[in-house]
Ligand binder design. Structure first.
Ligand code: IDP
Length: 141
């Protein structure tokens, strides 16, 4: 296991539910450290660029619409095995299939509005962290 960084997004549905603190508490309790964070209201261009790999998927337009529907909180999480650990804390993409006790099981109702995003590989973590943060906005701890 190595110390890794991963990008986490608390999506508009979870922000609207006032669940920012509860979600961040789960990361911290699992040993992940927040080393960068900001709240943003994404433009269509920024959200579409972030999800560019899904551009041809039938749900792309709805996904961009949802991600721009309200503010999000983007964070860089750091820790041992941070990418897999965050994915485990998040649970399956479809909240109906997410394991009990995961963030998506507890805070999300539908696959479209599923509370959180987390990078799924070291390559996507590197791209996604750089998509939202300059190097000088990340505070190693
Ligand atoms: P992930 O967020 O668990 O990594 P991805 O497959 O990368 O899942 O999909 C990105 C996002 O696109 C999901 O979190 C979800 O909000 C949305 N999404 C994925 N598949 C579907 C679908 O079949 N219908 C509607 N939205 C979807």
């Amino acid at each position: 296991m190595a110390t890794e960084r991963t990008l986490s997004i608390i999506k508009p549905d979870a922000v609207a539910k006032n669940a920012i603190g509860e979600i961040i508490a789960r990361f911290e309790k699992a040993g992940l450290k927040v080393v960068a964070a900001k709240m943003l209201h994404l433009s269509e261009e920024k959200a579409g660029g972030f999800y560019a790999e899904h551009k041809e998927r039938p749900f792309f337009k709805d996904l961009v619409g949802f991600m721009t529907s309200g503010p999000v909180v983007v964070q860089v999480l750091e820790g041992e095995d941070a990418i897999a650990k965050n994915r485990e804390l998040m649970g399956a993409t479809n909240p109906k299939e997410a394991a009990p006790g995961t963030i998506r099981a507890d805070f999300a109702e539908t696959i479209d509005a599923n509370a959180v995003h987390g990078s799924d590989s070291p390559a996507s973590a590197e791209r996604e962290v750089a998509y939202f943060f300059n190097a000088d906005e990340i505070c190693p701890r």
